[in-house]
Write a protein that binds this ligand. Structure first.
Ligand code: ZN
Ligand code: ZN
Ligand code: ZN
Length: 130
């Protein structure tokens, strides 16, 4: 069911109302950034302090840099890291959206048809009475 490309799954999730699966925090000038030499695909894949502290990368061979401003946290970007793309906070965003919301619209369909049918009957009756 969810055997598709992980990046594709991320796109679907980011289009939902809740976007907590990715951090996307913008770095200010002089703010510390963390990159993981073990998992980062290239040196531009960086984490903010909060995500780094909550991620497995703190046990890896990481590198601290100082941001020049303008970059953003790559936490949650599965294309930026080969492992542990999510910190322990943002991983929750990937799990929450799947089961919670998808079952609702399917259950509502028969109900809405019933409501429409009911209104139709009322209008028919009113016309007959008038
Ligand atoms: Zn972050
Ligand atoms: Zn994070
Ligand atoms: Zn790592």
């Amino acid at each position: 069911m969810f055997s598709g490309d992980p990046a594709e799954e991320m796109e679907k999730l980011s289009k939902l109302e809740d976007p907590p699966a990715q951090c996307c925090k913008l770095f200010k000038m002089g703010e510390p950034t963390y990159s993981c030499r073990d998992c980062g695909h290239d040196p531009t894949c960086v984490l903010c302090v909060d995500c780094f502290k909550n991620s497995e990368h703190r046990h890896h061979r990481y590198k601290i840099s100082t941001s020049c401003g303008g970059g953003y946290c790559d936490c949650g970007d599965v294309e930026a890291f080969s492992n542990y793309a999510h910190c322990s906070v943002h991983i929750l965003g990937t799990k929450g959206g799947k089961d919670g919301q998808q079952s609702h619209p399917l259950k509502k369909v028969p109900a809405s048809i019933q409501v429409r049918g009911g209104r139709g009957w009322l209008q028919m009756r009113r016309r007959c009475l008038l």
